[in-house]
Design a protein around this ligand. Structure first.
Ligand code: HEC
Ligand code: CU
Length: 327
C-alpha cells in the first residue's frame, strides 16, 4: 500500500467516525435525568444548567413508576417518563431565569414535591420588572381566618342577579380591581344600601363574579384544577380527593413529633363547596394561598408552576363551586 493511499484511508475512516461519533458523543453527554418518587429522592439531578436562546437536550428515564415532566410557566406539553425507557426532549428558553420543572403524574402523596430547577443564564433582552402579587400589595394576612358571617340559603344564581343589574350601583363593582380585592361577603355587605332582599343580594354577587370571568377562563381553570388540584380537593371541590385521608394521617403523625408541634400542621384539603369559608375569601387571598402554598399544611406552592393568568383562571373556577352560573 502506497503512503498517500493509507493516509486517505485513515482520513476517510476518521471522517466516518466523526460523522457518527460526534452526534453520538453529544447524545451521550446529554444528561440523563432519573425520576423517582419524592420519598425515594425525586429527580436526579434536580438542578440543570441552560443558556437562553440555545436548545437544551434532556434525556429522561424513571427508576420506579411512570412520572411526567413539564416546566412551569412555559407553554409545553408534558411528556411521560417511563421506567426502562429513555425519553428525549429539547427545550429552548427565551429568557434567562430560574425555571421549575415538575412531575405531572400523580405518583403518590408527595407527588407534588417532585420538583427541580433549570437555571437559564444569558442577558435579558428586555428585563421585565418583577411584579408584586396582589395579595402582597394589599397587605393581606392570608393565614387569618376569613369566614363569612352570613351565608345564603341556596346557591346564588348569576342569571337572577343579572335581572337585578339595573337596580344596582353595580357598574363600579364590575371592575377587575374591585372584584379581585373583595370577598363575596364584602360585596354582599357593600350592597346593604340597596332595597334588595338578602337572597337578591347574593344573586347580584353571583352575577358580579360571573361577569368578571369568561367561559374560556373557566374552562381553562377546570382543566388545570383536574390535573393539579383534584387529587386533594376532589373533582367536585368537596376536599375529599384520593389523597385527603393520607394527608389527615400524616397530620396526626406530625402532631406527635416535636417538629410537627412547632410547624404548621398537615391539614385536610379545604372544601371549596363550603360557603362560610369560600364566600369570605377574596380572589386576592386565594391567589396568595395558591402562589405561596400552606407552608407545611400539605397545600403545595404553585407560584413557580403557573402563570398569573392561569392562577386567576383557577380562582374563577374555584368560585364556580359557590355560584350558579349561566350555562
Ligand atoms: C397535596 C394536596 C393538595 C393539593 C395537590 C392542592 N391542595 Fe390546596 N390545600 C390543601 C390543604 C391541605 C389545604 C388546607 C391548608 C391550607 O390552607 O394551607 C389547602 C388549601 C387551599 C386553599 C386555601 C383556601 C382558603 O380558604 O384559605 C386554596 C385556595 C387552595 N388550596 C387551592 C388549591 C389549588 C388551586 C390547587 C391546584 C393548583 C391545590 N390547592 C392543590 C392541599 C392540597
Ligand atoms: Cu412523579
Amino acid at each position: 500500500m502506497k503512503r498517500p493511499e493509507l493516509i486517505s484511508r485513515i482520513l476517510i475512516v476518521t471522517g466516518i467516525l466523526l460523522a457518527i461519533g460526534a452526534p453520538l458523543l453529544l447524545w451521550a453527554r446529554t444528561p440523563l435525568i432519573h425520576a423517582r418518587m419524592a420519598e425515594n429522592g425525586g429527580w436526579n439531578p434536580d438542578v440543570i444548567q441552560a443558556e437562553a436562546g440555545k436548545s437544551l437536550h434532556l434525556k429522561l428515564t424513571s427508576d420506579d413508576v411512570v412520572h411526567g415532566f413539564a416546566v412551569g410557566q412555559m407553554d409545553m406539553q408534558s411528556v411521560d417518563v417511563i421506567p426502562g425507557k429513555v425519553t428525549d426532549i429539547t427545550l429552548t428558553f427565551d429568557k434567562p431565569g430560574i425555571y421549575t420543572f415538575f412531575c405531572t403524574r400523580w405518583c403518590g402523596l408527595n407527588h407534588w414535591r417532585m420538583r427541580g430547577t433549570i437555571e437559564v443564564s444569558g442577558s435579558p433582552l428586555d428585563p421585565e420588572p418583577a411584579s408584586v402579587p396582589l395579595y402582597v400589595s394589599l397587605d393581606l394576612d392570608i393565614d387569618a381566618p376569613h369566614d363569612s358571617s352570613i351565608i345564603p340559603n341556596q346557591k346564588p344564581s348569576a342569571v337572577s342577579g343579572q335581572q337585578l343589574a339595573t337596580q344596582l350601583p353595580i357598574t363600579s363593582y364590575q371592575s377587575p380591581d374591585y372584584y379581585r380585592s373583595h370577598s363575596p361577603y364584602q360585596v354582599f355587605t357593600d350592597l346593604s344600601d340597596t332595597s334588595l332582599t338578602e337572597s337578591q343580594k347574593w344573586d347580584a354577587v353571583a352575577y358580579l363574579w360571573q361577569s368578571n370571568t369568561t367561559p374560556e377562563s373557566l374552562a381553562n381553570g377546570k382543566e388545570l384544577y383536574a390535573q393539579n388540584c383534584a387529587a386533594c380537593h376532589s373533582e367536585n371541590g368537596a376536599g375529599d380527593g384520593v389523597f385527603a385521608d393520607d394527608l389527615a394521617e400524616a397530620g396526626e403523625a406530625s402532631m406527635q413529633t416535636m417538629e410537627g408541634a412547632m410547624d404548621m400542621v398537615m391539614q385536610s384539603p379545604v372544601d371549596f363547596t363550603d360557603p362560610r369559608r369560600m364566600l369570605g375569601a377574596s380572589p386576592a387571598l386565594l391567589q396568595g394561598k395558591i402562589l405561596r402554598g400552606g407552608m407545611g399544611t400539605g397545600m403545595p406552592m404553585w407560584g413557580v408552576i403557573f402563570t398569573e393568568e392561569q392562577i386567576w383562571d383557577l380562582i374563577a373556577y374555584i368560585y364556580s363551586f359557590q355560584f350558579e352560573y349561566e350555562k
